[in-house]
Design a protein around this ligand. Sequence first.
Ligand code: 6GU
Length: 224
Amino acid sequence: MRIDIITVLPELLASPFEASILKRAIEKDLVEVHLHNLRDYSSGNYKQVDDYQFGGGAGMVMMIEPIDKCISQLKAERAYDEVIYMTPDGETLNQGIANQISMKENIIVLCGHYKGVDQRVRDMHVTREISIGDYVLSGGELAAAVLCDAVIRLLPGVLNDETSALTDTFQDNLLAPPVYTRPAEYKGLEVPKILLSGDFPKIEKWREEQALERTQKRRPDLLK
Ligand code: 6GU
């Protein structure tokens, strides 16, 4: 998979890809992430990427020209399956959407700022608009990092134990059951006996029950 991220703040997006699972995925060539500084595509001496909105109103709008230049240049080099615009008025990211996007070959992720991008960018290039939740961030960069993390960890070969994404919370609309590691007793707090029993069918059944109970208690909306 190849991900091209268009941003006015590339420095904000560097570190998520320099540690842990995402770093390893890049090193193993399972994904390529390319950051594009939108200012490199602006014309004029001031490297302007935003301007006042027509019709008046507070807040700047990201201009169409630099974004179109950047996206058009990328599209001339290869075919893209999806141009995703990160915006609080997009569809809310969930595991199902992450699963869908993880099947794509090449995607562009455009990070919004200020009052967002000129609507004509959305009309002309954007195929999908994604939010990461009902709160406002100062820009789309951290949301893009969240999306990339959720997607990249699903790519085959990224996780050490290939089956482990299958037992994630939300994969099958259930929260994950509680987990424990050594020691078996700590300050009087004991690990559930069943987990030490070695009876794996019984353990599996216990985990399913716990997952269901936890989901009923915390997120009954997932069971509807
Ligand atoms: Cl994608 N962008 C911004 N600016 N704020 C958000 C968001 C995106 N998702 C949730 N809040």
